[in-house]
Ligand binder design. Structure first.
Ligand code: FAD
Length: 443
């Protein structure tokens, strides 16, 4: 069993297939990349060290090797005399290339991808004529019509004849994450967190999900990204509840599945434009304003609160992700790819399909895109979704002393806090500039 982002025992189709195929022994293999920990992903690298430590303890010993998978996996297969290699299918362009190389290097030993990180494997929901959907709502209906996805029975670690062929490298030291306060890592943490959230918040999810000040969304993205829980488990629990909140949550989970499907069909949308018309848009080069955005010093409190939450927690509320992304693209006129790269570097839940398509949706060049001319107002978003300013005060200490709604526009106060920057841009003007550039595209 070659584990990747799926270090868990419950609801694990690939692990179950490995156990069934290997009644005499299963090697719990994990391959550390030569370059791990990569300096450009300090937050995720730190989180992975925790996941590895947790799972290693859970199963009393991962077999850990370091190097290129196409070299290391066949080596372990030979060493252990394994007859097959079992994995959860990967769906990013990198994972597809890697698995193709490993499959080839394995020769006659099959690489079995018996499961995916999704309730419905990407590429399975198709129109009657076999083509892919480009719009979420009809895709969602078709996805729903596939019916229930019962979880796979859990594997009990003590019942698995684990085999460690020797030569395992040491676990990487648990690392700190550049000042980020990371969430608890591992399957037990994920399951406990989910049960608690389900009991306390799911029924209000539909009415509260857009309110960063309430902070009651599930924060399951990190556990889904790292595969310490499978969405089938979540969907099975949700199916037992009849609230509007549970239905709204299923729909959000389906967005994750939809974006994976879009990536499967259009792999070029991972790093390029889904709607290529926008390649011709006039953009500015990142400079000091990009740095101010990254540091949460734009002078727009709702934007700065989000960017500082990202730095502090490696996570940001969805509503704020949309607002800060819109600010980067439509107030600073930078390409979405710059912001998406920063998010991938800092988010502990950074997921290629969700991140790149989330960014493209905001930038107007993705599937179901918000029309380009709909420009989020950075003050209006705060007033509407953080009405009392509690979210702003939590993340922007310079504004904690500001009472009332003035916290959304400190520059209008008679005595603005001296240590908080003035607005980086004039939003009304930049909005017009965005529309001008859009018109220049020629419709
Ligand atoms: P909840 O509101 O509790 O939602 C439950 C789950 O549904 C999430 O964990 C997630 O798996 C899924 N989900 C919810 N909203 C979306 C959405 N809009 N698109 C896709 N899936 C969704 N999500 C990531 O997992 N990784 C990313 O790298 C990522 N980057 C984003 C970048 C931008 C610019 C935008 C606008 C959105 C991005 N999202 C990303 C989607 C969304 O913001 C996060 O999934 C969500 O904020 C995670 O918090 P939560 O688990 O509390 O969400």
């Amino acid at each position: 069993m070659w584990f990747r982002a799926d270090l868990r025992l419950h609801d694990h189709g690939a692990l179950r297939s490995a156990v069934e195929a290997g009644p005499d022994g299963v090697v719990p293999l994990f391959v550390l990349d030569d370059h791990f920990p990569a300096e450009n992903m300090p937050v995720r690298a730190a989180y992975l060290t925790r996941l590895l430590a947790d799972f290693d303890e859970r199963i009393e010993g991962l077999h850990l090797v370091r190097g290129r998978p196409e070299v290391e996996v066949p080596r372990v297969v030979e060493q252990a005399g394994a007859s097959s290699v079992h994995v959860t299918a990967g769906h990013t362009p990198y994972a597809l290339r890697r698995d193709a190389r490993v499959g080839e290097a394995l020769g006659d030993v099959p690489l079995v991808a018996a499961d995916s990180p999704y309730a419905v494997a990407p590429g399975s929901v198709r129109k009657g004529d076999g083509s892919a959907y480009k719009v979420f709502t009809p895709w969602f209906r078709a996805w729903q019509s596939q019916g229930a996805h019962p979880p796979v029975t859990a594997v009990r670690s003590h019942a698995v004849p684990w085999v460690r062929p020797g030569g395992s490298v040491a676990l990487p030291d648990v690392r700190e994450a550049d000042g980020v306060d990371l969430p608890a890592a591992g399957e037990q943490a994920a399951r406990a967190h989910w049960r608690r959230w389900l009991d306390e918040h799911v029924d209000d999810y539909d009415s509260e999900r857009d309110r960063p000040d309430l902070d009651t969304t599930s924060r399951m993205s990190v556990h889904l990204k790292w595969g310490t829980i499978h969405p089938r488990t979540l969907l099975a629990d949700l199916a037992e509840r009849s609230s509007a909140g549970a239905r709204a949550y299923e729909r959000q989970l389906a967005f994750r599945e939809f974006y994976a499907d879009v990536l499967h069909e259009w792999p070029g949308s991972a790093f390029g434009y889904y709607n290529r018309d926008y390649e011709r848009m006039q953009y500015d080069e990142p400079a000091g304003d990009f740095e101010a955005w990254k540091e949460g010093r734009t002078g727009f409190p709702f934007i700065d609160a989000g960017m500082r939450q990202l730095l502090a927690q490696g996570w940001m509320h969805n509503r704020v992700r949309m607002a800060v992304a819109s600010f980067l693209v439509k107030d600073l006129h930078l390409e979405w790819t710059h912001g998406a790269r920063w998010f991938r570097e800092r988010l502990v839940d950074a997921d290629l399909a969700n991140n790149q398509h989330g960014w493209q949706w905001v930038a107007g060049c993705g599937t179901d895109a918000a029309p380009y001319f709909r420009v989020f107002n950075p003050v209006g978003q705060g007033r509407r979704f953080d009405p009392d300013g509690a979210y702003i005060r939590r993340w922007v200490p310079e504004l904690r002393g500001v009472e009332g709604r003035g916290v959304h526009e400190p520059w209008t106060l008679p005595d603005p806090p001296a240590d908080y920057p003035p607005p980086l841009v004039d939003h009304a003007q930049e909005r017009l500039e965005t529309l001008r550039r859009h018109d220049a595209l020629g419709g």
